[in-house]
Design a protein around this ligand. Sequence first.
Ligand SMILES: [Mg+2]
Ligand SMILES: [Zn+2]
Length: 174
Amino acid sequence: MYQHIIFDRDGTINDGSHYYVTKVEEITLLPKVKDTLTALNNKGVKLYIFTQQSCIGKGELTEEGLANIHNKMHELLGGDLFVDVVHCPHTEADACACRKPKTGMLDILAKKYQMTAENTLVVGDAERDYLAAKEKGFDFCLVKTGKGQDTANKIAQEVRFVTDDLEGLLDIYK
Ligand SMILES: [Mg+2]
Ligand SMILES: [Zn+2]
């Protein structure tokens, strides 16, 4: 089973698929996220985040501000459950290699942590999360939080797993 799970952040871990989280107080965990991530962590599964934060490229958030937001996220989770959190700060105009659906962030994690198509699952609420995972050859779980319901209407047939909320991930490990 998957030893590594890479999560999208906004709409998957926290609310905020429809707006930029630019203040510490704006980060709130979605229901069941804390218990699910804790349970996975206790099973020895390694957890990561890959998140697009173009609000940095647009000047609405600083790198330091993002670090503070992630510290708050860890506090809400009751500990640092993530081995690594990578982000793309660019805007579309930057034409970078890391903005989803490009695979730059997955490439960094895969190389650093010996991830393979067999041992890694990507979880997210948006089509671009799926497309990045697919391009990299990783299985994908669509979670119907955030934009996930709309995304399911488009790609539910194509993806490996679909779950109503993050807790559904635990079924994969039964
Ligand atoms: Mg998202
Ligand atoms: Zn980028």
